[in-house]
Design a protein around this ligand. Structure first.
Ligand SMILES: Cc1cc2nc3c(=O)[nH]c(=O)nc-3n(C[C@H](O)[C@H](O)[C@H](O)COP(=O)(O)O)c2cc1C
Length: 348
């Protein structure tokens, strides 16, 4: 179904309160596809969001789940010390680091029971048996990948579509296993490079994501073989998004580069380079979600120097406009871009 969208534009799932039923419904109304983000939500809150979305729209929509990884054995001592110091200055207690599975099984049962039309996964691939159950419930299964090796793994478990994420992307990288060494948790491919390599490795429809902000970018990835473009940062400033005020203000202010960091969650993610990110990235351990729980009270202060301000590399070009207008604009720009390309000279 993803290759039959009226507009080949997908609003990325954005956990942490950004994706809302209103955002998803408006993107669907404009002919694109919206995603709810199950990450960090309770099962009850996710159920309420799915029900609300179905009330707002008859169009198909998606839900994104975090695939749980294994428990980290990384040493957290140094990072705990640094977070405790920042917390003391901010007047809050640091959180208690712990592993959890984000209620993965219960959320999977929920999307099956509520017959969510599109279910996507990040941080890994689901089991083959779960993919079969989703297919039996009529769902299209999407798996986020960042390398050809992950793409082959996702193809083996029966994914219908892959979401190919380049390292320009805002928020967490979908890397299956964080190597704990390189800044991105594994090889860093840009969106076009990842798309090319993955399309040579597997025979599945591909969604491209990472750094896409203009209709010309949408056209570019379609020309390069994608069936749709998934945009996150481009929708952060929409009135329908649940983006925190401090996050909106930091994006609008600009003047800062983005960087990959494990400092907030223990997994590589791209955000605006504020003080906490800059000071803590070099020593942050690969320990997700332990570090996520550790830094939670700091992030909740609302202080833009302490919050995770997730953003893709092209964030200065994102505009504050209603979601349906953004989808329409992207479509128009994409058409224009395709029509204005002229390849000169005949092939010899
Ligand atoms: C605030 C924010 C939250 C995100 N949360 C999720 C998520 O819950 N699940 C997911 O698969 N991807 C998540 N992403 C990544 C997006 O799916 C997508 O890969 C990324 O936004 C694309 O890059 P762009 O932001 O440059 O458009 C998030 C991105 C942002 C900016």
């Amino acid at each position: 179904m993803l290759d039959r969208l009226d507009v080949p534009v997908i609003a990325a799932p954005m956990a942490g309160g950004v994706s809302t039923p209103e955002l998803v419904a408006e993107v669907g109304r404009a002919g694109g596809l919206g995603f709810l983000a199950a990450g960090y939500l309770s099962v009850e809150a996710l159920a309420a969001q799915i029900t609300r979305t179905a009330e707002l729209t008859d169009r198909p929509f998606g839900v994104n789940l975090f695939v749980p990884g294994s428990r980290s054995s990384a040493d957290l001592t140094e990072h705990r010390r640094r977070v405790a110091r920042a917390a003391a200055v901010a007047g809050v207690e640091p959180g208690e680091p712990r592993w959890d599975d984000d209620h993965y099984s219960a959320k999977l049962e929920l999307v099956l029971a509520l017959r969510v039309p599109v279910v996507s996964f990040t941080f890994g691939a689901p089991d083959h048996a779960d993919v079969e159950r989703l297919h039996a419930a009529g769902a299209t299964v999407v798996v986020t990948v960042t390398t050809p090796a992950e793409a082959r793994q996702a193809e083996r478990i029966g994914a219908d579509v892959l979401c190919v994420q380049g390292c320009e992307a805002g928020g967490h990288r979908g890397t299956f296993v964080d190597d704990g060494v390189s800044p991105g948790g594994g090889e860093l491919y840009g969106t076009l490079a990842a798309l090319r390599l993955v399309s040579a490795a597997v025979d599945l429809p591909l969604i491209a994501t990472g750094g896409l902000v203009h209709g010309a970018d949408v056209a570019a990835v379609l020309v390069a073989g994608a069936v749709a473009a998934q945009l996150g940062t481009a929708f952060l400033a929409c009135p329908e998004a649940g983006t925190a005020q401090a996050h909106r203000a930091a994006l609008a202010q600009g003047g800062t580069h983005t960087a990959l960091t494990r400092a907030f969650s223990g997994r590589p993610a791209r955000g605006l380079a504020n003080r906490f990110l800059t000071e803590n990235t070099p020593h942050a351990p690969a320990a997700y979600p332990d570090v996520h729980h550790l830094t939670k009270p700091l992030r909740a202060t609302g202080d833009p120097e302490l919050m995770s301000l997730w953003a893709g590399q092209t964030y200065p070009l994102a505009e504050a406009a209603p979601a349906a207008e953004i989808v329409r604009r992207l479509h128009e720009q994409a058409r224009h871009a395709v029509n204005s390309v002229a390849l000169r000279g005949a092939p010899t």
